[in-house]
Design a protein around this ligand. Structure first.
Ligand SMILES: *[C@@H]1O[C@H](CO)[C@@H](O)[C@H](O)[C@H]1NC(C)=O
Ligand SMILES: *[C@@H]1O[C@H](CO)[C@@H](O)[C@H](O)[C@H]1NC(C)=O
Ligand SMILES: *[C@@H]1O[C@H](CO)[C@@H](O)[C@H](O)[C@H]1NC(C)=O
Length: 321
């Protein structure tokens, strides 16, 4: 554009003065210094655009994983677009993030929808033996291989399709976030340092606690793994699955509210999850990737040994890592 108008300008001057073309090239304008010389550099060289899936996954597992990962991206993409469209005016945004600035939340979703996939590996074997634990759907390998996640057979058998959102009796406020394979993988992606940066963590987990988080600790709400998952499911349900309606459900049940429930052992878990402790197995204060993985795998099983490596939410739903 600049070059064109310079040339045009030069041509007009030449015409006006009636000078020969040869003399105009002698006094040609100095080349625009802002236009770089041609280069072989290609910024996108080596970019990884598809999530790598390990050879330990059989064909069926690869198909299911591929589909669910694409759906996780769809969830994240829409969540980001919803906020870009409505900003903090969105009631859904306010529900999970209160009066927080929108940019960090958009950023966490953009990382899933458009981030490089190079440092994220999904595998289907059982290198750490955790798939043998009852109710184990998968786990981040943490200290053993920080960029890897294992998806155990249970996930392929039990996680539901995103197309089934709002079906099967599911409600946002009453069901687990791992009800759908897509949101379960969103959670697993946030454990990967390349995506969650060790910042997206489990600061609060039950739906009631997630709703309390914006007023209790808004800085944690915008980087709480479950808040991001619930928000993504909620807006996808409302905007896409059942437009203008969604399937929020009745809100947190009495038993799942930290302030009203009986002091059962699972209640202790849900109450403690609001505190920056690791009693639920989740390091909460920007921990190193490895230490948090260890806590997740080890402490969870010690806090509710009855469920093996799982813990029971105060609403009675068993949640496994
Ligand atoms: C939305 O963000 C603006 C700043 O852009 C702020 O003034 C306003 O209070 C926020 N509203 C809510 C409901 O958080
Ligand atoms: C890492 O490997 C060890 C030894 O196999 C295992 O005991 C531990 O549970 C593994 N850690 C994770 C996070 O799976
Ligand atoms: C692939 O693995 C799953 C377990 O996740 C198993 O149920 C299935 O039979 C396997 N499929 C093939 C074709 O081997």
């Amino acid at each position: 554009m600049i070059l064109t108008s310079l040339l045009l300008g030069a041509a007009l001057v030449v015409t006006a003065l009636g000078a020969p073309a040869a003399s105009s090239t002698e006094h040609a304008p100095v080349p625009d210094a802002t236009i770089p010389p041609a280069s072989d550099y290609d910024w996108s060289e080596g970019a990884v655009t598809e999530f790598p899936i390990h050879s330990s996954c059989n064909h069926t597992e690869v198909h299911q994983l591929r589909k669910a990962l694409n759906d996780a991206v769809k969830l994240a993409e829409h969540a980001s677009q919803h906020i870009l469209r409505f900003g903090n005016e969105s009631e859904h945004f306010q529900r999970y993030f209160g009066a927080s600035p929108t940019a960090e939340v958009i950023g966490w979703f953009e990382k899933v929808s458009r981030g490089d996939r190079g440092r994220v590996l999904f595998r289907c074997d059982n290198p750490d033996g955790n798939c043998d634990l009852e109710d184990y759907g998968g786990h981040w390998r943490g200290e053993n291989a920080t960029d890897e996640t294992v998806i155990c057979p249970l996930s392929y058998e039990t996680r539901n399709d995103l197309e089934q959102l709002c079906g099967l009796g599911y409600t946002v406020s009453g069901s687990e976030t791992n009800f759908y394979f897509a949101s379960d993988l969103l959670h697993r992606l946030y454990h990967m340092p390349a995506i969650g940066e060790g910042i997206v963590e489990h600061y609060s987990e039950t739906f009631a606690d997630v709703l309390n988080l914006p007023s209790e600790n808004p800085a944690n709400a915008v980087r709480n793994s479950d808040s991001l998952q619930y928000f993504a499911l909620d807006v996808y349900a409302y905007d896409v699955a059942v437009p203008g309606e969604g399937c929020y459900g009745e809100g947190p049940s009495e038993e799942s509210s930290a302030t009203t429930a009986e002091p059962t052992s699972s209640q202790v878990l849900s109450t403690s999850s609001a505190e920056p402790t690791s009693s639920e197995g989740y390091a909460t204060a920007a921990p190193s990737a490895a230490s948090s993985a260890t806590a997740e795998a080890v402490t969870v099983s010690t806090t509710s040994s009855a469920q093996g490596a799982c813990h029971t939410h105060s609403d009675g739903v068993v949640h496994c890592e």
